[in-house]
Design a protein around this ligand. Structure first.
Ligand code: T46
Length: 142
């Protein structure tokens, strides 16, 4: 899918444990301006349900598990995040919904921009128009 990919983050084993390091503009394909995390999500709650005009992000489930549904005007994918060494890149102009948070799930998000409420697209209809305009010919190739 355009603007979405899952990567395996390198795990360093030793001293009886594991360590994952991420570096701005190296492991993460953008300069990280903001970090936030989502946790203690009530059973059955769905979050996200929006897209972004400019923001690129990498999502890492550092504890527990959850699912992410990503949508473009032509495709829908459900991705399981169940390991701290999986990084899910979600670029701009992609609709996202996070659901099935396990007990204790912690979702760490690395973001390319500072928080800006004006960057959000909350209506799916508006999103579709925006994405078709944004990706343009990329959709015609499929
Ligand atoms: C996204 C998914 C993966 C802030 O004040 N600063 C922030 O940096 C963020 C991200 C949120 N907030 C406030 C705004 C709301 O009052 O925290 C509250 C919850 O945010 P929101 O409803 O947007 O949370 P989610 O889980 O629906 O979405 C978040 C991100 O907002 C979004 O960019 O892609 O996680």
């Amino acid at each position: 899918m355009e603007n979405v990919f899952l990567t395996d983050l390198k795990v360093h084993f030793g001293k009886g444990g594991k360590l994952v390091a991420v570096e701005s503009k190296k492991t993460i394909p953008f300069a990280i301006k903001r970090i936030y995390y989502i946790y203690d999500v009530e059973f059955g709650r769905r979050r996200g349900l929006h897209s972004h005009k400019k923001l690129n992000q990498v999502l890492i489930c550092v504890n527990g598990s959850l699912k992410v549904c990503v949508k473009s005007p032509t495709e829908t994918k459900d991705i399981v995040l169940d390991s701290p060494n999986k990084g899910l890149f979600i670029g701009n102009a992609v609709w996202r919904e996070m659901y099935d948070f396990s007990e204790g799930a912690v979702l760490l998000v690395l973001a390319s921009e500072f928080y800006d409420p004006d960057d959000y697209i909350h209506s799916y209809d508006q999103y579709e128009k925006y994405a078709i305009d944004y990706f343009g010919n990329n959709y015609n190739r499929k």
